[in-house]
Design a protein around this ligand. Structure first.
Ligand SMILES: C[S@@+](CC[C@H](N)C(=O)[O-])C[C@H]1O[C@@H](n2cnc3c(N)ncnc32)[C@H](O)[C@@H]1O
Length: 232
């Protein structure tokens, strides 16, 4: 599957949704929750604010956000994969029932301008057909002064030890384990999606040209992950 094909990406995420959380824990050694928590600590969402989680998938980030704010009111999660959203609905129905789950496109959310105080996107930007279009839509729906945090794999350009490590990790750890669950092809997509994914400095440039006032990029997990922090 080629990155950029929105329909194929949606089908792929629907097909892996039942094993997504389980494999995520194996691949990140459970650390993805720590990185998401770090993102929340940095952004410090406040009770009463209105937040959106773009590309929310099975709802992990939205639920962590609800726990952080001690309320599931005013939280919206949006994703194009309906089966991932069914899992999000199911796991949130008891304790986080106010989260609104929307089956939609993060590039065209249909929200009016300036709706949200904050925006999150975990491992979504890389999967959009255009990172730039995703950042423009994020800017459009944020209130002036709103803040956004975008967590994803770091994209390396040129030679680096960390870049080599990433390739080895994806090819010799992630894909073989995913293959054992019949999902080798789907998870080999991660490497492909990183080929044209902007590096940290490029993400900063794209964010600033999309209208954001401030943009900062920080690395996590010994340089393997990155968070783009934005102010609109
Ligand atoms: C790697 S998963 C991340 C899920 C979740 N945020 C997490 O951290 O576990 C990427 C998600 O992006 C969604 N996605 C990709 N393109 C999208 C688009 N254009 N609009 C909405 N969701 C999209 C996929 O359906 C998938 O659920």
């Amino acid at each position: 599957m080629k990155p950029g094909n929105t329909r194929a990406v949606e089908e792929m995420f629907n097909s892996i949704s039942s094993k997504y959380d389980f494999l995520n824990d194996i691949f990140s050694f459970g650390l993805h929750r720590l990185w998401k928590r770090k993102l929340l600590n940095t952004l410090n969402p406040i009770f009463g604010e209105k937040w959106i989680d773009l590309c929310c998938g099975t709802g992990d980030m939205s639920i962590l956000l609800a726990r952080y704010m001690k309320s599931s009111e005013n939280i919206t999660g949006i994703d194009s994969a309906s089966q991932a959203l069914s899992i999000a609905r199911e796991r949130s129905k008891e304790n986080y029932s106010s989260i609104e789950w929307i089956n939609g496109d993060a590039l065209k959310t249909n929200f009016p301008f300036h709706q949200f105080d904050g925006l999150l996107m975990a491992y979504g930007l890389r999967n959009l057909s255009s990172s730039e279009a995703g950042l423009k839509e994020a800017f459009r729906i944020l209130k002036p002064g709103g803040r956004a945090g975008i967590l994803d794999f770091r994209s390396f350009q040129g030679f680096s030890i960390q870049g080599v490590f990433q390739k080895i990790y994806l090819s010799l750890y992630v894909v073989p384990i995913a293959s054992a669950f019949g999902l080798g092809k789907e998870y080999s997509y991660i490497k492909k999606s990183l080929v044209n994914f902007p590096s940290g400095p490029e993400q900063i440039d794209l964010a600033l040209s999309s209208g954001f006032r401030k943009a900062e990029y920080k690395t996590l997990a010994m340089g393997q992950m990155g968070i783009l922090l934005l102010t609109s």
